[in-house]
Design a protein around this ligand. Structure first.
Ligand SMILES: [Fe+2]
Length: 158
């Protein structure tokens, strides 16, 4: 018996959720490497604060990458692990050369906007499939990221 049947989920609907979770995984992987770039390259008076902040953020994203991959496995899928595969699927673009506080915070804000849109759509697909586990994961991410957007917006006000 396959895992999805044991979980009592509809196989076809779960395939749709899996495809969108794969895309989310790809987006988070690209976001992770972008955050490492920001952590390394940031310059200016806020260096110490932002350098540390970006490290916290990429650690958080690394944990989410693992959660998403393991959710894919839980639903009977196989998470992509090749970066070439991520780049084919990701909506978020690789970025280099961002070294200002303003540029970095705006990049993060835009990235979160993309992630939130994808997570809302996954949440809806998963809800239609009665996949409460995926719904709960997406709603946790949404709540955290919505708060981050408030904070980023506040820090960008002059
Ligand atoms: Fe470091």
């Amino acid at each position: 018996m396959n895992t999805v049947n044991i979980l009592g989920l509809d196989n076809q609907r779960t395939q749709t959720t899996l495809a969108s979770l794969q895309q989310l995984l790809a987006d988070f992987q690209v976001y992770y490497t972008n955050l490492r770039g920001l952590h390394w390259n940031i310059k200016g008076p806020a260096f110490f604060t932002l350098h540390a902040q970006f490290e916290k953020m990429y650690d958080d994203v690394a944990a989410k990458v693992d959660e998403i991959a393991e959710r894919i496995l839980t639903l009977g899928g196989t998470p992509e692990n090749r970066f070439s595969g991520y780049l084919r699927q990701a909506e978020i673009q690789e970025v280099s050369g961002v070294d200002t506080a303003d540029g970095a915070l705006r990049l993060i804000l835009e990235t979160l906007q993309t992630l939130i849109a994808r997570e809302r759509s996954i949440l809806q697909t998963a809800a239609e499939a009665n996949d409460e586990g995926t719904v709960a994961l997406m709603s946790d991410y949404l709540r955290e990221q919505e708060k981050s957007i408030w904070m980023l917006n506040a820090s960008l006000q002059a």
